[in-house]
Ligand binder design. Structure first.
Ligand code: ADP
Ligand code: MG
Length: 697
């Protein structure tokens, strides 16, 4: 375990504010600590000589402790932490509430706390924390009613109440933990620190958590993706920031709510995201106890036709697929199973199956090289002994070392068998879908742990020119830019069509004459950001119509908004939409994760289609490439219905170049290239729109 190892394995704990006063937090913590802790406990309270028979000291400086738990009232809590730091105690848990969660006075108190922690280089948990536990030493420095059972999951939670609820339930289920920590307000230590520490901890096999937010998104991604090469992380993330509701003028801004950032960020981090507490523990328990499947092919062995179909549906909804057995296995099945059974997957061994037939079928299935994992699915019958089946299942799971999920359906009748299975690390579920979900989590983690990371590419770009273009908004009220900022893309090597912006019809004609074929003409005005909405885009304009088109565009703009600031008209080379696909590449900033890139099907109907995918920038080439594969319309890019495939490598490179641009310039608050037209011959950014914060330049 890394730097935080001492936090979870102290020898001597000072409880600052320890008391026997009924109903107090100081009492609850003392009671929990004296009950089981292997090390020493020192109550710190000038009012008492002893607390629960343990001799007390007047101040923390005399405690000789290596962990201080602070439970004194908020107005003296910061001082108590400072005293702890002065006394050389590096690990501090601030249980006291009344900090950032309570308003401006609390917020400044929290700020002070952070400064003290920095000054003394403290590992500080909280404030406003339920406390922490570590089962190997019987450490329970929380004020919750229950202690955790020993186990190999380490658990962090942003809600203390969630910990007490989970522990009550987990104790009932026989689910144990290595470390438990209530993160509180995360003034100093946050989820990334604990992920980092537990990643190095040999006794932690699975990291689980309940989070409402992630403090430093990028740091979390970078830490977690290392850790998840070996140790699975399963998280429930609740709550939404109001970032999604903030007014956004770009398409990406309108489509990207904050949850998309979490979805993308957690995925990049290698975190398995659970939608509910049930999913969290279903995944965590199999990850803790079962091997990873070598392949995603699942065999279902059942004595019940209906549930067999349910499990096939569940497999269809998951990332797994139904295994096809080898000919040898099929022959063997034909021999062993009655004619009315089904030798194909799901293998129906029929309602009259006894234990021997069940065992034989499972043995054959697990022995098949085409099978990566199995579901044992059964309904009670008079000829089947559930406990014997449980024993056989455990034995065969171990024999083949392939993951097995159990779905012994029933109630009271199932209990002893379910217990035997659970003791061997095979959770039993009533519902086939839950059994399949467990296998799904194993498969997902196998993929995560095998991921390889390439560093983001750094392209040779003209950063100074980009800065100049962005600076053009300085001193303006409206800091949005449209096609007048096309050169920004050019500075970062993103392909744009030939063309220019002009402010007179004669000049428009000059530009048009330099361009081969018909042209596209667009109104250029910071007041008109969605140009085609007002008829401000004319495609396929021949040279002889350029004059009229110019006048017409300006008239339309004036009609729309008489005082619109009209910069002029853009005359642009036509790109071949017939052979191409209109895509969108965009970015908007998430408060936690920073620049969030979007890629999707583009054009004027993006918001209607919403066929998009997201990544936190900066992205590597493989991440950018994945984005082009993930959207529903991906087959369009790869040449559907006899069309030639478009330049996907060009799209990938554009995403990477945009990633570099928005990483280089935090001043770009949001940006859309829509459309980025991708044709078989290349890509062209024909439209851009962005918002700049000049103060960040
Ligand atoms: P806006 O998004 O403000 O309405 P665009 O510049 O994106 O304006 O143009 C709208 C649509 O016009 C594009 O989605 C595309 O279909 C078409 N278009 C724009 N520029 C070109 C071009 N250079 N070549 C071909 N079609 C274009
Ligand atoms: Mg557009």
């Amino acid at each position: 375990m890394g730097e935080l190892s001492e936090l979870f394995a102290p020898r001597r704990i000072a409880v600052v504010g320890a008391t026997e006063r009924e109903g107090s937090v100081g009492r609850a913590i003392m009671e929990n600590l004296v009950a089981d802790f292997d090390g020493d406990v020192v109550p710190v309270n000038p009012k008492y000589d002893e607390v629960f028979g343990v001799p007390a000291v007047a101040d923390v400086g005399e405690s000789d402790a290596d962990l201080a738990v602070i439970v004194v009232p908020p107005h003296i809590a910061v001082d108590a932490v400072r005293e702890s730091g002065k006394a050389g105690i590096r690990n501090v848990v601030v249980v006291t509430a009344g900090f950032g969660e309570t308003g401006s006075e609390g917020a400044s108190r929290e700020q002070e706390l952070t400064e003290v922690a920095e000054e003394y280089d403290l590992n500080l948990v909280g404030p406003n924390s339920l406390g922490l536990m570590s089962t190997p030493t019987g450490l329970n420095a929380t004020f919750g009613p229950d202690n955790a059972l020993p186990g190999n999951m380490s658990f962090m939670s942003q809600s203390g109440a969630f910990i007490t609820a989970v522990l009550d339930w987990a104790n009932d289920q026989g689910i144990g933990f290595k470390d438990v920590v209530s993160l509180g307000n995360k003034a100093v230590l946050d989820e990334a620190d604990f992920v980092d520490a537990w990643g190095d901890d040999e006794d932690t096999e699975v990291i689980i958590g309940y989070l409402e937010g992630i403090s430093e998104g990028r740091e979390f991604i970078d830490t977690a993706r290392e850790v998840t090469q070996d140790t699975p992380i399963v998280l429930v993330k609740s709550g939404r920031t109001d970032a999604g509701a903030q007014a956004a003028s770009s398409h990406t801004g309108t489509i990207a709510g904050s949850d998309q950032a979490y979805e993308a960020g957690l995925d990049q981090a290698g975190v398995i995201r659970a939608e509910s507490v049930q999913e969290l523990f279903d995944a965590a328990r199999v990850l803790e106890s079962q091997p990873l499947p070598a392949t995603d092919d699942v065999a279902v062995i059942t004595n019940a036709g209906g549930p067999g179909v349910m499990s096939t549906d569940a497999v269809g909804d998951s990332r797994l697929s139904m295994a096809s057995f080898t000919d040898e296995t099929l022959d063997a099945f034909s021999e062993k199973l009655p004619a009315e059974g089904n030798i194909y997957n799901p293998v129906d061994i029929v309602g009259d199956a006894d234990n021997e037939r069940f065992r034989d079928a499972l043995d054959l299935a697990l022995g098949d090289e085409n099978v990566g994992c199995a579901v044992v699915l059964t309904a009670p019958t008079a000829v089947l002994d559930y406990e014997q089946l449980a024993a056989d299942t455990v034995e065969l799971q171990e024999k083949y070392d392939k993951p097995v999920a159990a779905c012994f359906m029933g109630g009271e009748r199932v209990k002893p068998a379910a217990e035997a299975l659970s003791d061997a690390g095979i959770p039993n579920y009533f519902d086939p879908a839950r059994a399949v979900n467990g296998l799904d989590a194993l498969s997902r983690f196998r993929e995560i742990s095998e991921r390889e990371f390439d560093e983001p590419t750094t392209f040779d770009v003209d950063r100074e020119r980009a800065r100049e273009i962005l600076s053009s908004v300085e001193g303006r009220d409206d800091t949005r830019l449209g096609v007048e900022a096309m050169d920004l893309l050019d500075a970062y090597g993103i392909q744009t069509p030939d063309g220019d912006i002009v402010d007179a019809p004669a000049e428009a004609l000059e530009v048009a004459e330099d361009i081969e074929g018909d042209v596209v003409m667009k109104i250029v005005s910071p007041d008109i950001l969605h140009k085609s909405d007002i008829g401000g885009v004319k495609v396929g304009v021949p040279n002889e119509e350029v004059y009229d088109a110019y006048e017409d565009l300006v008239t339309r703009a004036r009609n729309y908004q008489p005082d619109a600031n009209i910069i002029g008209v853009q005359v642009q080379e036509m790109v071949d939409l017939d052979s191409g696909v209109e895509t969108i590449v965009g970015m908007n900033r998430d408060p936690q994760f920073g620049p969030l890139l979007m890629f999707g099907l583009g054009g004027i109907f993006v918001e209607v289609l919403e066929d998009t995918t997201f990544r936190v920038a900066p992205v590597s080439e493989s991440e950018a490439h994945e984005m082009t594969e993930e959207i529903d319309s991906a087959p369009l890019l790869r040449g559907a219905r006899g069309r030639d495939p478009v330049d996907v490598a060009g799209v990938t490179e554009t995403i990477q170049r945009l990633s570099q641009l928005v990483t280089d310039f935090p001043a770009i608050l949001e940006l859309d290239i829509n459309p980025l037209v991708a044709t078989p011959d290349g890509v062209q950014a024909v439209d851009v729109r962005l918002t700049v914060d000049p103060d960040q330049l």
